[in-house]
Ligand binder design. Structure first.
Ligand code: SF4
Ligand code: SF4
Length: 384
């Protein structure tokens, strides 16, 4: 599953992407309140030409029954426009498997959205790259989990690294900006430095690191899950590299990065402000249901693609109403409902823990994040 392509402007002028709040009412008792969505990932199709080991959607070559039609897709964009102008990530499966993808992208561009595309890159011929450009798609994210050998093993198709690289070259020729998304797992945790160097070498605008969430086919990958300690080390490495690299770096679905950032800054005697840490000072770890949402190929709305708790279906309820009123969203916006270590944690408003990992571990999305090694004071024993 290709999930998130974010905005180049994010570190500079995030307000530009927020749009106006429309008429979304505030909900009493919510710490985060109801804010307009800033980024929406839309699984335009569940079909995919690859069979990656960690796929969130367990995608296959076939589309799911009842995927949104072109007319329904356009209506969805009209409905979303009622909430503002979030960044729209056309995702999948593999969005290029959908024959009307450029018609949808152009429709969104004309409505004023920043349209982006999350793809495995293997289908981007010169002609497709030009169509991407002409539809007004402003950034394409391509998944690369390592150099050729690592990537092909993880993506389960020999030669797909070479195909993705060809896609990148075609995007460059067409003048389309691209970023690299790397899924972090035990499989490649020792290769992150190398894949980051490679990302720079090929001229990407950004490098986003996705931390594996065990769901879909990824649920079978327990041997590839990293431990809380490896997770901590990887995030500390990211904090270090963030300061040195000129590429936009973003850890995704690694909410406790924002706890580590504050702990490290404190050790260094630096106050975390937009001036010292850019957008990192203003955003939080898990944005699911707060400013990020996911729409499935059949119109189900979820906090994110890894948390299969339905907030409603856009075929039955306008997106704006779902966004404002769904129980799961309002739960996630209310920090007083967070449980376990996350509930007692002083960093919960900047981190929040991964609600999807909590859900897959315990069945309750408000429970504590299982992969965080931080112990809040209330949970420490006398000897800690
Ligand atoms: S719940 Fe987890 S996977 Fe979903 S957006 Fe939050 S951090 Fe990412
Ligand atoms: S305990 Fe929960 S809220 Fe606190 S840093 Fe860890 S994951 Fe984040």
């Amino acid at each position: 599953m290709e999930q998130k392509t974010e905005n180049k402007q994010e570190n500079k002028t995030p307000e530009k992407n927020v749009g106006h709040p429309g008429h979304i009412p505030q909900t009493a008792g919510n710490d985060a309140g109801v804010r307009p969505p800033r980024i929406l990932a839309w699984e335009t199709t569940a079909a995919c030409n690859l069979a990656c080991k960690h796929c969130r959607g367990s995608s296959t070559i076939h589309s799911a029954k009842g995927e949104l039609t072109t007319a329904e897709a356009k209506k969805l964009l009209d409905d979303i426009r009622e909430t503002g102008t979030p960044i729209i990530i056309l995702s999948g499966g593999e969005p290029l498997m959908r024959s009307d993808i450029f018609e949808i992208a152009r429709y969104g561009t004309d409505l004023g959205f920043r349209m982006t595309l999350a793809t495995n890159g293997t289908m981007i011929t010169e002609e497709i790259a030009q169509k991407i450009h002409d539809a007004g798609i402003q950034r394409v994210s391509i998944s690369l989990d390592g150099r050729e050998r690592t990537h092909d093993i993880f993506r389960c198709i020999p030669g797909c690294f070479v195909d993705s690289m060809r896609g990148i070259e075609n995007l460059k020729k067409a003048g389309v900006e691209f970023q690299i998304n790397t899924t972090v797992s035990r499989f490649n945790v020792d290769e992150l430095e190398d894949v980051h160097a490679f990302t720079k070498e090929i001229g990407a605008a950004a490098h986003h690191f996705f931390f594996l969430v065990p769901t879909g086919r990824g649920a079978e990958l327990t041997e590839f899950e990293i431990t809380p300690e490896e997770y901590e080390t990887a995030l500390e490495w990211l904090y270090g590299i963030h300061k040195k690299t000129d590429l936009q770096i973003r850890p995704t679905c690694a909410p406790h990065y924002f706890r580590i950032l504050r702990q490290k800054a404190k050790e260094e005697g630096i106050e975390v402000t937009p001036k010292t840490h850019g957008l990192d000072a203003m955003t939080k770890g898990c944005l699911g249901g707060i400013s990020f949402g996911f729409i499935s190929s059949v119109g189900e709305v979820n906090p994110c693609g890894y948390l299969p708790v339905s907030a409603g279906n856009v075929r039955e309820t306008p997106f704006k109403e779902i966004w404002a009123n769904a129980k799961v969203f309002n739960d996630l916006r209310d920090y007083s409902k967070y449980l376990g270590k996350c509930g007692a944690c002083g960093y919960k408003t900047v981190c929040g823990g991964c609600r999807a990992r909590a859900y897959h571990e315990t069945g309750n999305y408000m429970e504590e994040e299982p992969l965080c090694s931080y112990v809040p004071p209330k949970f420490r024993t006398k000897n800690e």
